[in-house]
Design a protein. Sequence first.
Length: 88
Amino acid sequence: MRFKFGHVLLLMTSMATGGAVFSYFIAHTDTAPTIKSLGEEGYRSAWATIRTGGAIMGAMCFLSVMRVISKAEKAKSEAAQRSGHKIS
């Protein structure tokens, strides 16, 4: 499977969404007061780490979806070859 510009946009979107969602859930748990007590520099560093973790999870989800799509395309191609049809 070739990566296209749309795939890059989808990857960036999934990483941004993962970072935002992960940050939201952390902010609404019992760890939020602990993060606030770190001071200004520690606070910024902690949230940057949290957003990065969310972005990594978003990228992993994207890659999992792309792997499933790739396997489906491969299975479709093999089935078409076995039946003698041309692949469009």
